[in-house]
Design a protein. Structure first.
Length: 394
């Protein structure tokens, strides 16, 4: 019996779900806070993009906008509510904002930035506060790591970089250490990097991992008390999903292009999600692994157009976008416990264990000054049309 069928049932929600307006919109992250499914992303405004935030119950969504581009890639829990991490150009360059939502009208509660362009990719709740990671650019891009307290005050902020370009995409806490991953072209090609930091802002380890092709990490988490990183690698000529655990690298190939964006522990193994290509069409990728990282089952998620899966919660909720049902880009939401057969198809994935190089990564670490900013945002409710992709479409 296919592994995914063992997960079906028990939920009234029919998965997946498409939410649409007459503009372009997509969901880049999703989280569950006090039973609420919280979603963040962006939607097309007038001449710019607006950040989009909302909760699934009742499809209550709002746009948060300035006169410039605003978008959100990350969501976390904050005092029983949801908090969206927003990158905004409201001040003329990239700055960072935090918006509380999930109960009533959303509110921007914190805006801060430094002397460069500051991009917020990922916000992670940790002991005693939050870890924010992304990038900062003056002449080139470097890693930005910020520790916030329980009330979102900045405790410390670091700029970490080399002569090349680097961005951070994910972070996790383990045993009073923070692990940050991303990509760097320090060696001339792209490699994945792994940084280990202390709660006191001390860098303990910095490594590059990769081949002579293009490789990078997109996500880091904990599985069986081990730090595990996920991303993609072009080591074998195409792009394969790449998983690293305790120095061992595994590639997962669905045939054309595969990109690992996120994983969760699942049924004594892992569930990986991201993107996969079939005949040049992008679909969501879903691969179940056992504890040895062998493939149990593989699937592609999507309709007749283009789909992408961007994030997955420990409860199985995923978010992304779809081009299958309207002429515009729409929000794609679902739960891997409850996927209708018409929108998910079996796909074979092969696993390859490969030797990746581990290289010295002599980064520069320096404090990066952030200050609170006073920027104006509008908040407006958005009406979304609900489309059920499991039903026949007109």
């Amino acid at each position: 019996m296919p592994f995914i069928l063992l997960l079906l049932g028990g939920l009234a929600f029919c998965s997946p779900l498409i939410l649409s307006t007459d503009r372009n919109e997509g969901a880049f992250s999703i989280g569950v806070v006090e039973g609420k499914v919280c979603v963040v992303g962006r939607m097309e405004g007038g001449e710019s993009y607006d950040a989009l935030v909302g909760t699934l119950k009742g499809e209550s969504f709002f746009r948060i906008s300035s006169e410039a581009d605003d978008y959100s890639y990350t969501v976390e829990a904050y005092k029983g509510r949801c908090i969206a991490g927003i990158t905004t150009l409201a001040g003329g360059r990239m700055d960072m904002a935090l918006a509380e939502f999930g109960q009533g009208k959303p509110k921007v509660i914190k805006v801060f930035g430094g002397k460069g362009d500051d991009m917020l990719w990922f916000l992670k709740k940790i002991s005693g506060g939050y870890l924010l990671v992304g990038g900062v650019r003056e002449e080139d891009w470097d890693v930005l790591v910020v520790k916030l307290g329980e009330d979102l005050e900045v405790l410390w902020s670091l700029r970490i970089g080399t002569k090349g370009e680097e961005y951070a995409y994910g972070a996790v806490e383990k045993d009073e250490r923070y692990y940050v991953v991303g990509r760097s072209n320090y060696r001339g090609n792209w490699d994945g990097f792994l940084l280990e930091l202390t709660p006191e802002a001390k860098l303990r380890k910095s490594l590059l991992v990769g081949s002579e092709a293009k490789d990078y990490f997109r996500f880091v988490g904990i599985f069986e008390d081990k730090v595990v990183a996920l991303g993609r690698s072009e080591m074998r000529g195409g792009s394969d999903a790449w998983l690293l655990s305790e120095g061992r690298s595994f590639l997962y190939d669905g045939g054309e292009f595969d990109y690992g964006r996120v994983f969760i522990p699942w049924d004594r193994g892992l569930a990986l999600m991201g993107d996969t290509y079939r005949e040049a069409q992008s679909d969501g990728m879903l691969v179940f692994l056992n504890a040895r990282f062998d493939v149990l089952e593989g699937y592609e998620i999507g309709g007749s157009g283009i789909e992408s899966v961007r994030f997955l919660t420990p409860e199985g909720w995923f978010s992304g976008y779809s081009y299958s049902f309207t002429i515009d880009n729409d929000i794609l939401l679902g739960n891997i416990r409850d996927l209708c057969p018409g929108f998910v198809r079996r796909k074979n994935y092969e696993r390859f264990e490969v030797p990746m190089g581990v290289y010295s990564y002599p980064v520069r670490v320096s404090p990066y000054a952030l200050k609170e900013l006073d920027l104006e945002f509008e908040v407006e409710e958005v009406k979304l049309k609900r489309i059920d992709p499991c039903l026949p479409q007109e």
